[in-house]
Design a protein around this ligand. Sequence first.
Ligand code: C2O
Ligand code: CU
Length: 522
Amino acid sequence: MPAQHTRRAVLGASIALAGTGVLTACAGRDVTADHSAMNHPAPSGTTVPEGYVSPDGPEVAAAEQRRGAGPEREVTLTATPSRLDLGGGHTVSSWAYGDRLPGKEIRVTAGDTLALTLANHLPQPTSMHWHGLALRNDMDGVPGLTQRAVEAGADFTYRFTVPDPGTYWFHPHSGVQLDRGLYAPLIVDDPKEPLGYDKEWIVVLDDWVDGVDGSTPDAVLQELTGGNGHSGHAMQSTASPASGGPSRMLTGATSELLGGDAGDVAYPYYLVNGRVPEDPSAFTARPGDRIRLRIINAGGDTAFRVALGGHRMTVTHTDGFPVRHTTTDALLIGMGERYDVLVTAGDGVFPLTALAEGKKASAMAVLRTGSGAAPGASVRPKELDGELVTADRLSPDASVALAAREPDRTVRMRLTGSMEAYDWAFDRKPYTADQRHPVKAGERVRMEFHNPTAMWHPIHLHGHTFALSGGAAGARKDTAIVLPRQTLTVDFDADNPGLWMLHCHNLYHAEAGMMTVLGYRL
Ligand code: C2O
Ligand code: CU
C-alpha cells in the first residue's frame, strides 16, 4: 500500500505533466489507454487551460478540511479478471472487483474517512470513480483529469471524507470497463437515520454482454462507432464487430416512456445482482417486514422500469438524497441513477422485475416471505403498467431542498449526435480533457441541457448534487434523464472546487464523446 506522501508525490507528477499538455494529446479514453505517451513530449500543441483550480490545489485541500475527518475505514479491493457465474448455466470470463458480481458493497458512515486501496490486477490501466459523492476532487478517479490511471499491476489508495449519507456506487472511469463486471454499491449510513425499517435489500441492475459468444464492451464500442471507437479519427465502415462475434447493435428499439430510441446495444442478458432471471437471486424476509430497497442502475445502455409484484413502493430517496415520500407502482431508472424505496412485505413469493425499457427483455430477482415456487423468468407484474414515478414527479425533503436563489451564471448545452454517425457530444465537440466550462466557487449555477436528438440521455455531474427543474421545488439528483426534444434545467451551488466531469451515463455515448468538464476558476 503506498504511503500518503507517495500518493501525493504521484499526483503532483501527474499535474505537472498535465501542464505540458500530453494528457490531452489524444482525447478521452486514450489518456488512460496510452499512458506510455505520458512519458514523452506532446505530439500536439494542446495545453491545459490556465486559471482553473487544480485537483491537487490548495482550494481542494481547504474544501476537504471543512468536511472534517472522521474515523478511518480501511478497505482493500482487487480489480481482477474473473470467471463469473450468472446463473442458469451461464458462466463468463470478465473483470470484477474481488471475484464477485456485483462487487461486495462498501458500507461507511457519513463523516468517515474512507481509505480504499485499489489493487489493479487487470491487463490494462484502471481507475475508481465514486459516483454521486461530493468528495475532494483529486480522489474523483478520472484519469487524465484528476489523477493518472492506476497502471496494470499497480495500486492506488483513495482517501477522502465521505460527505453525505445515501445510496451510491463506484466504478472505473476508464474506457468501457464499467460494462464488464466492475461495479459495486457504496452505502453511506446516516448516523441519525430517520427511516425505520426491518431489512435492507440492495438491488443492482445491469445489462450484460461481456464474455458472451466472444463479445466484449470494447468490441461493442467498435461496432457502434464503425470501427474507430473514437471520433476525430479516420472512419472505416464495418457493419459487423471486428471480433467476429455476433452483432450487438440495436436498431429500431423505441420506448414511449423514453420518448424515442430506447438504446444502442442489444445485450444478451439483463441481470439483478449478477443473476439472469431464469436463476434469480432471492431475498428472504418475513411477511409484514418493512424493507428498504436500494436500487442502483449499473447498466451501460439500458433504462429499467422496476416494480415489485403485489406491492406498492414508497419512494424515500433518489441519488442518495431524501425526497418527500411518494407511493408508486413502478419506477423508471436511467443508468447511474439510484432510488431507495420502502415496501411492506406480503406473504408469499414475489418477482422484483426490471424491464429493460424498450428492449423486449427483463431482469428479475425474487422476494420470498413464504413458501411457493419462484415466478417464471418472463413474468410481467401488473404494477409495471401501473402508476409510474419519474424523477420530475418528486419533491425534495425539506432538509435537502436547495434554497431559493437567482442563478449567478447559466451554462447552456446542446446534446448532439446520432446513432448512425455515432458522434454523441455536447455542442458537437467530442470530449477532450482540456475542455472547461467555467464556474466560480460561491456561485449558484444553472445548467440547461437541450436535447434535439432522437434519444434520451442520462446526464451526470461529478462532485455535486443539483436540484431538478431549477430550484427549491426540484428533487436533488446527480444523474438525470433528458428526454428527446426536451430541455432539462438544473441548479446547483458551486461549493466543491476542482475539475468535474459532466457526461452522459450511457457508457457508449460518453466514450463516443458526450463528456465535458466543468472547471472552477481561480
Ligand atoms: Cu458513474 Cu462519470 O460516472
Ligand atoms: Cu447519451
